[in-house]
Design a protein around this ligand. Structure first.
Ligand code: GLO
Ligand code: NI
Ligand code: NI
Ligand code: NI
Length: 407
């Protein structure tokens, strides 16, 4: 379709899983063996980590990276001190970007790790925490500007509630909407040209998160007059947690014109939490890439960020490479299958045939807006059941699945 594979597959590496994950689980200590673990001074460690990261990106051959502010540098006792630590590492990243040409797909702010955020950040019931979050976000947007971020992500890790009996849901949503408007205003003020993205997730860590899924997030953005400023960053594992397929979330966002970027991981369908597997399911990547090819792009500035981590049993540095390679290969294969399916047009034809009764007659009056309940009633009133059943055709879904299997 006139695009190279690399243009379709703008791969990015997530700093948090790749370089911060110690591969712990609730029952066990970290198993990760990383070359930079010998550093004991926190700032020395922070700088060694970004050096290692950029070497990793280069060897892997990706174009993009993504990070949270707090992935990069240790916090100080005050926001001012934390900003100072962060700026030292950002200086190094600026240099490394110049040396390697690596681009920032997006950055974001961790408003969920530190215990101060235990009841939320921009939905915290405590005004000092809200102000702190706003201050932290301001600096994070400045970093986006410095490093030329193509997008900026908001994942509301603790923006939700544990229990409605102690929560003013409407007030919390009003607050976070104000927060987003302030972010839009500040981006404009400093000339930050990054696409803002909300990343929906239904739960974990919070029992109920406000950005539950694509549909909920779109409704929130429209309600608060934010729809012109945000699109969505969709994640496979989050889709599954919300009871959806990844393809569903992407299609819902596309229908609203809000597809922004993808966190390319996959959920283990047997486990009910966000285990962030590297994508290895060719059926899923085919479905995702089918949507992307149909859309013409992931989003105006979108990419495929591997928000994924190795399992605790894969603890060597080599496993980090292998995980990403599996993900890249599975997406590349998915793209090839999806492109061929589009070329053959059998899905397109199947869908347009299925709706052809809306192309003329009574169906066309629905599409052109001239139908009323009365005109439709008149059409329907005396049609016998047998004729109605003639109008309903079998979908032959097993044949569709088998056809896809042939690719
Ligand atoms: C967690 C999310 C998380 C976000 C990232 C952006 O489940 O997937 O990894 O993508 O933190 O804030
Ligand atoms: Ni994510
Ligand atoms: Ni996730
Ligand atoms: Ni994640």
């Amino acid at each position: 379709a006139g695009k190279t594979m690399a243009e379709w597959l703008r791969f990015g590496v997530a700093y948090w899983h790749t370089f911060n994950q110690r591969l712990v689980d609730p029952f066990g200590d970290g198993t990760a063996q990383r070359p930079f673990d010998r550093y004991t001074d926190p700032m020395e460690l922070a700088l060694a980590k970004v050096d290692y990261a950029f070497d990793f990106y280069t060897k892997l051959g990706v174009q993009y990276f993504c990070f949270h502010d707090r992935d990069l540098a240790p916090e100080g006792d005050t926001l001012r001190e934390s900003n100072k630590n962060l700026d030292k590492v950002v200086d190094r990243i600026e240099q490394l970007q110049r040396d390697t040409g690596m681009k920032l797909l997006w950055n974001t702010s961790s408003l969920f790790t530190n215990p101060r955020f235990l009841s939320g950040a921009a939905t915290s019931p405590f005004a000092d925490i809200y102000a702190y979050s706003a201050g932290q976000l301001k600096h994070s947007l400045e970093i986006a500007k410095r490093l030329g971020a193509e997008n900026y992500v908001f994942w509301g890790g603790r923006e939700g509630y544990e229990n409605l009996w102690n929560t003013d849901l409407k007030r919390e949503q009003d607050h976070i909407a104000r927060f987003f408007h302030m972010c839009v205003d500040y981006a404009k003020e400093i000339g930050l040209d990054a696409q803002f993205l909300i990343e929906p997730k239904p739960k974990e860590p919070t029992t109920h998160q406000y950005d539950f899924d694509a549909a909920t997030s779109i409704a929130f953005l429209q309600t608060y007059d934010l729809a012109d400023h945000f699109k969505l960053n969709l994640e496979g594992n989050h889709a599954n947690l919300a009871g959806h397929t990844y393809q569903h979330e992407i299609r819902v966002a596309r229908a609203a014109g809000m597809l922004g970027s993808l966190d390319a991981n996959q959920g283990d369908k047997l486990i009910g939490w966000d285990i962030d597997e590297f994508p290895s399911d060719l059926y899923e990547t085919t479905a995702v890439m089918w949507e992307i090819v149909d859309e013409g792009q992931i989003g105006p500035r979108g990419g495929l960020n591997f928000d994924a981590k190795p399992r605790r049993t894969s603890f060597t540095a080599e496993d980090l490479y292998l995980g990403h390679i599996v993900g890249m290969d599975t997406y590349a294969a998915g793209l090839l299958v999806a492109a061929k399916m589009h070329e053959d047009r059998f899905i397109e034809e199947l869908v347009s045939t299925r709706y052809e009764s809306f192309d003329s007659g009574i169906g066309a009056t629905v599409e052109d807006g001239s139908a009323t309940l009365a005109s439709l009633e008149e059409h329907a009133l005396d049609v016998p059941q047998a004729d109605l059943m003639k109008a309903v055709r079998s979908d032959h879904l097993e044949c569709v699945k088998a056809t896809i299997n042939n690719y």
